[in-house]
Design a protein around this ligand. Structure first.
Ligand code: ADP
Ligand code: MG
Length: 704
C-alpha cells in the first residue's frame, strides 16, 4: 500500500495541500472518518487545523504556588481517598507535596481499576486546571499518571498544542497526523496566497514558518506570548483569517448585489399621509437616512443597509418610511425583531400608524400555535402587506407572496445566516428582497467595516429634540434605602420608575427569582405605590398586561429583569435603578438607561453596585456617569471589553475564528481591509483560494 501513496504524493506535487488525508502514510479508513467529522478532508485542512491552546508541561508547579484559574503540572503523593455516592458517584483524592499543601483531585466518572489504583501513598503526576473548591484548591478530572516511587519526572521540552478534536480521536493521534501533513508543506512561494508585494507592504512574515511555529513551538518559544495568542506567528495567521472573513463577506455582498430586486420607487402618497398624521417632525438625521434608504430601494439591485442609531433616535420611523414605499409598490414587508416584547412593540407602533391608512399589519410569533398560526401564515402567503414577528418569520412553511423588503431590528442578535434565511424567503424568480438592518449598538468604524463588510451603513446621529439628558449616579448597595426613598419621592410627584434586576446567571428561572425577591422588597417598602413585576418566564399575555398597566400609569414602579432592555417606551418614566450594575457591560447599561429620558422631564439613572468594585467595573460606571453619548460609550466599550462583546456576538457565535480574536486583534483590521480590497480587485482567483482554504467546505457565506 505504501508505494501507490508515495506515487500519488509525487503526482500532485503541484498542490500537495489538495491531497486527501488518506494519501498520508498510516491514515486508514477509520482515521479518515474521524478526521472527516472534524471537517478535515485534505492535507491542507490539517495544516490549518490550529491549536486551541497550549499545555505547558515543561516544568512542575509547587502546590503552594497554585492559583485558581491556572493550568499547571504538579507532582504529589496521595494522602487520602474518599469515595462518595451522595448525589452522584464521586472520587476525591487529596495529594500533598510535603510542604503542608493539599490539592484535591475530583473525579465524577471513574472505573473500578482507577479507583483501586489511586491509593494512599502512591505518587502522581497531574495536569489540569486549578479551581477554588470549598476547602482547598482542586482539579476536576485532571490528566494524571502514576509515577514509580523514586522515578524522576520527565519534563517536556516544548509547549504541547491542544487541538479541537472529536470523540475517538486523541490529541496524540491527531498531533501525529498533523505532523505528517506538515511534512508536505511546500515553500512559501507556493503556499502563500497573499501576493508578495502586499505581504512586503504590510510586513506579513512567512506563512510557512508561522504554521510550523504554532503547531510545534520551539523549546525557547515565548510562552506568555503564545498562551495569549500574541506571538507574531499567531498574529500572522490571525491576519490571514480576518482577511478571509472580510473577503468572504465582501464577496457575499457582491453576489447579492448581482441579483435583481423589485424597484420600490414610491410616489410618496402613503408616506405623505403618514407624515401628516405623525405628531412630530422627523429629525434631520431621520430624513437623511430615510433618503439613503429610498435611493437604495428605488434601484433594481438589492439594498443591503445597516442603520445604526442610538437608543431613542427614532429608528422605527425610518423603518416605517421604507415599509410604506414597499407597500405602495405592491410588495410585502417583513419586520423581524429578536424578542417577542420588542416585536410586539413594533406591532403596536405599526398598527397605530398604518391602520388609519388602511394597511393591514400581520403578526407571526413563535408562541402562536394552531389555528391562529395557520391563518396568519395563510394571510402572509396571500400577500398581507406588512408582517411583524420574531425569528418565527424565518421558519419553514412561512411563505410570502411578494416579499420586497426585509427589516431586521437589533441585528447584532441575529447571525448573518439568519438574515440570509429571511432574505431567501423572497426568492421569486430572479427577484430578492431589499434588506434593512437596524441596530442600537453604535459600531466603531473599523469594526463595522470588518464585521459588517457586507452592508452599507447609515447613522441616525441626532436625537429628537426636547429630550433632557439623563443624570447618572453610582450608589453603593449599602445606601439602598436612600434609593428607595428617591423612588417614593418620584412616585409622589406622579412619575414612574424602573427597577432592573441583573443576574448574570444563564437561567431565566434564577433571574425571575431575583426579580421576585426585589418585587417583594419594594412592595413592602413602598406601601403607597403600586409595584409591578415583569420577567422572561411570564406568558406574553401577562407581560403585555403589565406593560400596558405601566404605560397607562396604573403602576408606579416596574421591577424587571433585563427583558426590558430593548424597545420599551414609556415617556413618563423618569427614574431607572439598575441593581448590581457592576456586572453589566457598557452597551447593556446604556441600553437600559435609554428607557428613561424619553420625555421632557429631567430623568435620573441610579447605578446600584455591590462593593468592592473591580478596576474594570469602576471604569465602566465612571464612563456612564460622564456621558450619554452612545458612540463614546461604544468606543470605550471596545477598549475595555473588545469587539466580540460590543457586537454581542458571544450569544450568536456569529463570528467564530480558529486563530483570530476580534478583541485582541482589532488593530489588524485597517490593514486587513486594505489587503482585502486589493485582492478582491486584482487577484480574485487568489482571494477565492484563500477563502476556500480557511472556510472551505463550511463556506457558510460563499455562494449564498
Ligand atoms: P429607537 O431608535 O430606540 O428604536 P424609537 O423608534 O422607538 O427609537 O423612538 C423612540 C421614541 O421617540 C418613540 O416614542 C418615537 O415615537 C419618538 N420619536 C421618534 N422620532 C421622533 C422625532 N423626530 N421627534 C420626536 N419624537 C420622535
Ligand atoms: Mg427600537
Amino acid at each position: 500500500m505504501a508505494a501507490p501513496k508515495t506515487q500519488s504524493l509525487t503526482a500532485t506535487r503541484d498542490d500537495p495541500g489538495k491531497l486527501p488525508v488518506s494519501a498520508l502514510v498510516g491514515v486508514g479508513p477509520a482515521l479518515v472518518e474521524a478526521l472527516a467529522r472534524l471537517g478535515l478532508h485534505s492535507v491542507q485542512d490539517l495544516w490549518f487545523h490550529l491549536p486551541l491552546r497550549y499545555e505547558d508541561r515543561t516544568h512542575l508547579t509547587p502546590l503552594a504556588d497554585l492559583r485558581p484559574g491556572m493550568r499547571a503540572q504538579v507532582v504529589g503523593t496521595v494522602e487520602a481517598v474518599e469515595k462518595g455516592f451522595r448525589y452522584r458517584p464521586q472520587l476525591k483524592v487529596a495529594i500533598g507535596d510535603g510542604v503542608m499543601e493539599t490539592l484535591l483531585l475530583r473525579f465524577f466518572h471513574f472505573n473500578r481499576a482507577q479507583a483501586e489504583q489511586l491509593r494512599v501513598g502512591i505518587r502522581l503526576l497531574c495536569y489540569g486546571e486549578v479551581r477554588q473548591g470549598s476547602g482547598s484548591l482542586e482539579m476536576v478530572h485532571p490528566q494524571y499518571r502514576r509515577l514509580a516511587d523514586d522515578a524522576s519526572v520527565e519534563l517536556d521540552e516544548r509547549l504541547s498544542p491542544v487541538y479541537p478534536t472529536t470523540e475517538g480521536l486523541g490529541q496524540k493521534r491527531l498531533g501525529t497526523v498533523i505532523a505528517k501533513a506538515l511534512q508536505q508543506l511546500p515553500d512559501d512561494a507556493q503556499l502563500e496566497l497573499i501576493p508578495p508585494p502586499l505581504c512586503a507592504k504590510f510586513g506579513l512574515t512567512s506563512l510557512r514558518e508561522a504554521l510550523l511555529y504554532v503547531h510545534r513551538p520551539p523549546p525557547d518559544a515565548r510562552m506568555d506570548q503564545l498562551i495569549q495568542g500574541r506571538h507574531p506567528a499567531q498574529q500572522r495567521l490571525a491576519f490571514e483569517e480576518l482577511l478571509t472573513q472580510h473577503m468572504s463577506l465582501k464577496r457575499l455582498r457582491a453576489a447579492v448585489r448581482e441579483r435583481r430586486a423589485p424597484v420600490l420607487g414610491d410616489d410618496g402618497v402613503l408616506r405623505q399621509r403618514w407624515l401628516e398624521a405623525l405628531p412630530f417632525q422627523l429629525t434631520g438625521a431621520q430624513q437623511r437616512v430615510i433618503k439613503d434608504v429610498a435611493t437604495d430601494i428605488a434601484q433594481p439591485r438589492p439594498m443591503l443597509r445597516l442603520v445604526q442609531g442610538d437608543v431613542g433616535s427614532g429608528k422605527t420611523a425610518v423603518a416605517c418610511a421604507a415599509a410604506l414605499a414597499a407597500v405602495e409598490a405592491g410588495r410585502q414587508v417583513a419586520l423581524m425583531a429578536p424578542t417577542e416584547l420588542l416585536a410586539e412593540q413594533h406591532l403596536r407602533n405599526f398598527r397605530h400608524w398604518l391602520d388609519p391608512l388602511g394597511i393591514h399589519v400581520e403578526w407571526l410569533a413563535g408562541k402562536q400555535q394552531g389555528k391562529a398560526r395557520q391563518q396568519a401564515m395563510r394571510r402572509v402567503l396571500e400577500g398581507a402587506p406588512v408582517v411583524i414577528g420574531t425569528h418565527a418569520l424565518m421558519q419553514e412553511g412561512v411563505e410570502f407572496a411578494r416579499l420586497g423588503l426585509v427589516i431586521v431590528d437589533e441585528q447584532h442578535r441575529f447571525g448573518v445566516q439568519q438574515r440570509l434565511a429571511l432574505r431567501d424567503k423572497g426568492l421569486e424568480g430572479e427577484l430578492v428582497p431589499h434588506q434593512l438592518v437596524l441596530t442600537a449598538t453604535p459600531i466603531p468604524r473599523t469594526l463595522a467595516m470588518s464585521a459588517y463588510a457586507d452592508l452599507d451603513i447609515s447613522a441616525i446621529d441626532e436625537l429628537p429634540p426636547g429630550r433632557t439628558p439623563v443624570q447618572t449616579v453610582a450608589i453603593s448597595n449599602a445606601r439602598r434605602s436612600e434609593v428607595i426613598d428617591r423612588i417614593r419621592a418620584a412616585c409622589t410627584e406622579g412619575r414612574q420608575a424602573y427597577w432592573v434586576c441583573t443576574l448574570i446567571e444563564e437561567s431565566e428561572q434564577l433571574r425571575a427569582q431575583a426579580a421576585e425577591a426585589a418585587h417583594a422588597e419594594l412592595t413592602h417598602a413602598l406601601a403607597d405605590c403600586r409595584v409591578g413585576l415583569i420577567h422572561g418566564r411570564m406568558k406574553p399575555k401577562e407581560k403585555q398586561a403589565i406593560m400596558d398597566a405601566f404605560k397607562a400609569g396604573e403602576l408606579s414602579v416596574l421591577v424587571a429583569t433585563t427583558v426590558i432592555e430593548v424597545g420599551v417606551d414609556v415617556p413618563n418614566a423618569s427614574l431607572m435603578v439598575i441593581e448590581n450594575s457592576e456586572r453589566l457591560g457598557l452597551a447593556q447599561l446604556h441600553q437600559l438607561r435609554g428607557r428613561v429620558g424619553r420625555g421632557a422631564i429631567a430623568s435620573n439613572c441610579v447605578l446600584l453596585y455591590q462593593p468592592p468594585l473591580g478596576q474594570l467595573a469602576r471604569e465602566r460606571l465612571q464612563v456612564m456617569r460622564e456621558t450619554n453619548d452612545g458612540f463614546r460609550i461604544a468606543e470605550k466599550d471596545l477598549q475595555l471589553r473588545g469587539p466580540g462583546e460590543v457586537l454581542g456576538t458571544r450569544q450568536t457565535g456569529q463570528l467564530s475564528f480558529r486563530m483570530a480574536d476580534l478583541s485582541r486583534d482589532a488593530h489588524l483590521l485597517p490593514a486587513v481591509q486594505q489587503v482585502g480590497e486589493q485582492m478582491l480587485d486584482r487577484h480574485p482567483e487568489r482571494a477565492a483560494r484563500l477563502i476556500d482554504r480557511w472556510i472551505g467546505g463550511a463556506a457558510r457565506y460563499v455562494g449564498a
